[in-house]
Design a protein around this ligand. Structure first.
Ligand code: 3PY
Ligand code: MG
Length: 251
């Protein structure tokens, strides 16, 4: 199966991503039917365990949205399990060094390129019978840059062969520069975000960043980011119901 998200990004386009934290195949199905280019199952900060993530990938794969997983951490074991469950891309958190980035790439690529172990039960169902022949090419590998340490190692991380793109975690980046969590930090962390974007894009890497609303997504796309997401499922649910309560109380 062709990774349509990769095709869009490779053509220089922008893509919309939805971010899931609720452990439900039904809510994943609802969101995946909304028209996003990609839907990300977040196991790091979402309330989602592995078997739930698997059913969420099943739901997403009933649509044309590309299923992506954010593993709990960037351990090769966690990454390989998500790919076996049918993720067609990963957004790996806290990739602070080139060594971690190398391990991430290796976990996503079958030999001789990497050291991914073979046995993709849902990967084959999603990707097709020729999954093995194309997985190394089709699966998208994003490494998250979200710390001062990653900034110190930035050139080395970006030079790791096999990375498809970077994804910025602005909340953690802001914290690591001494600020409060937030998606649009100013000062050093704000400057760091533009440095990452520029250096990644100079190397032909795809650039993504976490945003918290659609206006922010537009600002980031104007800045040159290609892959954005706005509020996650639980935040959308909450704001929808808070609005409902306030409108009901007015009448
Ligand atoms: C961050 O902003 O640090 C993230 O990882 C977004 O989820
Ligand atoms: Mg983070």
């Amino acid at each position: 199966r062709a990774n349509t998200l990769k095709r869009t990004l490779a053509a220089g386009g922008t893509a919309t991503n939805a971010w899931l934290s609720i452990p439900s195949s039904f809510s994943a199905e609802v969101v995946a039917n909304c028209g996003f280019d990609a839907v990300t199952v977040d196991m790091q900060h979402g309330m989602i365990d592995f078997s739930q993530a698997m059913t969420m990938f099943q739901a997403i794969s009933t649509t044309s949205a590309i299923p992506i997983g954010r593993p709990v951490c960037s351990s090769p074991v966690e990454i390989m399990r998500l790919l076996d469950a049918g993720a067609y891309g990963v957004i790996c958190p806290q990739v602070d060094t080139a060594e971690i980035a190398e391990a991430v790439v290796s976990a996503c690529r079958y030999p001789p390129v990497g050291a991914r172990s073979f046995g993709p039960p849902r990967g084959v169902l999603y990707g097709g019978a020729d999954y093995f022949q194309h997985a190394n090419e089709e699966i998208l590998v994003f490494v998250m840059i979200e710390s001062r340490q990653a900034m110190d190692n930035l050139d080395r991380i970006l030079d790791v062969k096999g990375i498809d793109g970077i994804f910025i975690g602005p909340n953690d980046l802001s914290l690591s520069f001494g600020g409060d969590p937030g998606c649009e930090p100013q000062g050093e962390a704000g400057a760091a975000i533009e440095t990452v974007r520029q250096k990644a894009s100079d190397r032909g890497l795809y650039t993504g960043i976490f945003c918290s609303d659609t206006d922010m997504c537009h600002r980031r796309m104007d800045q040159g980011f290609q892959l954005v997401n706005a509020a996650n499922d639980s935040a959308v649910l909450k704001s929808g119901y808070v609005g409902q309560v306030s409108r009901l109380k007015k009448t």
